[in-house]
Design a protein around this ligand. Structure first.
Ligand code: 4LM
Length: 404
């Protein structure tokens, strides 16, 4: 976008940032750089690149031009200095934390986390001498009592997967900064279109780019953004040596393509989710609905403060608990029964037996993940069709109960 000097808006950056057609034969789209390695002009140049004395590509596990474009675009969208792409969301989380933490360090994490993140903390980091402390970060009270100089990282999702609890990014970041701890926010549910944690004081943002950033359910990917110096450490240690979690250039290209429609997709995901949440609230079979866009959402004020829209994710519980939830899912005709989120298709899943089955039943209770919870990722379909499918599923559930 070298011809355009005015500071660009979000959607413009998502489409143009970092790419100049004139430098690429006029091609509207960047090419996919299908090369694992890069030839040096001479041995000295190769040596200088390895020594970090000269910029330039070496080998695609350390960097690739297509990935670089994606990384700089994500950094700009999140308001961060630098970005790094990875082969999955778990690759982003593990590469970052293996870089930041050492045995003896402490990490404070919120009570509710995506199942595999929870598993990595408790079965991965904890096994290697990192002290993992789960606190309720929806208020800062416990954090203020527990955080100390030993705390190296404070980590949370907001909204949390799957129960939609929110964490006040600015308040937690302020407390962490006073103790010199890094703050890492998983922004997968919101994307930078709805929420930009770095601008609120967080140090790093991680993403499962498998979800909204790509948006089409056809790849697995992740990303980290944060300060330039530390992102380079994550690249040259976390990814290069510890996880090898390298995103292919083809998948980087597909995410670049997906980002072009991120802004309009998030608007539609959010409006569809709001209509579904409102409908569910009004249904007699529904016991509770968790969606930050509802007036009765307990953390509504915080949602308005840090999210520009309430997003595409919601969760709810039916009277009749888990059996009713499973019945609801099995009655669906249009909405897909599937894990993952952020796709064009609306997806429904049962966290206790699927995405959060990495928690034991006791842990789920302790970590506020109800066994009756159903999670919905509102897609991009016509909302009337989504409402009709939801209604017919609930009606069939009610009919079965009346017969029984
Ligand atoms: C799911 N989630 O919830 P990869 N962070 C968050 C996530 O929701 C996920 C990851 C990281 C689901 C996957 C099956 C908040 C994943 C991990 O799957 O490694 O790209 O992301 O349905």
């Amino acid at each position: 976008m070298s011809e355009f000097s005015k500071p660009a808006g979000f959607a413009t950056n998502a489409i143009h940032h970092g790419y100049c057609a004139a430098d690429n034969h006029g091609a509207l789209n960047p090419s996919v750089c299908m090369s694992s390695t890069f030839a040096f002009e001479n041995a000295e140049q190769g040596g200088a690149r390895f020594a970090g004395e000269q910029h330039g590509y070496i080998y695609s596990r350390l960097g690739n031009p297509t990935n670089s474009l994606l990384e700089s675009r994500l950094a700009v969208l999140e308001g961060a200095e630098a970005g790094l792409s990875t082969a999955s969301g778990m690759g982003a989380i593990t590469s970052l934390l293996w870089t930041l933490l050492q045995p003896g360090d402490e990490i404070i994490v919120d009570k509710t986390l995506y199942g595999c993140t929870f598993s990595f903390f408790n079965h991965g980091l904890a096994r290697h001498g990192v002290r993992v402390r789960h606190l309720d970060l929806t208020t800062v009270d416990e954090l203020q009592q527990v955080i100390s100089k030993r705390t190296k990282v404070v980590y949370f999702e907001t909204p949390a997967n799957p129960n939609m609890r929110l964490v006040d990014i600015a308040a937690v970041s302020e407390i962490a900064r006073q103790q010199g701890a890094w703050v890492v926010v998983d922004n997968t549910y919101c994307t930078p279109y709805l929420q930009q944690p770095v601008r609120m004081g967080a140090d790093f943002v991680v993403h499962s780019a498998t979800k909204y950033l790509n948006g089409h359910g056809d790849l697995i990917a992740g990303a980290v953004v944060g300060p330039q110096e530390q992102i380079e450490q994550v690249r040259l240690f976390g990814v290069k040596d510890m996880t090898g979690s390298v995103l292919s250039a083809q998948d980087a290209y597909l995410i670049i393509r997906g980002l072009k429609t991120l802004a309009i997709r998030m608007e539609r995901h959010s409006s569809n989710a709001l209509r579904l949440a409102e409908y569910l609230c009004s249904h007699p079979l529904v016991a509770s609905v968790y969606y930050p866009g509802l007036d009765n959402f307990p953390q509504r004020r915080l949602a308005e403060q840090q999210m520009s829209l309430a997003g595409g994710m919601l969760a709810f519980e039916l009277h009749g608990g888990m059996a009713a939830g499973i019945g609801f899912m099995n009655n669906l005709q249009l909405i897909k029964r599937a894990v993952s989120l952020g796709d064009a298709e609306t997806l429904a899943q049962h966290p206790a037996s699927m995405t959060h089955s990495t928690y034991t039943a006791e842990q789920r209770e302790e970590h506020l993940i109800s066994d009756g919870l159903i999670r919905v990722s509102a897609g991009l379909e016509d909302v009337d069709d989504l409402l009709a499918d939801t209604e017919q599923s609930l009606t069939r559930l009610a009919d079965v109960r009346q017969v029984a």
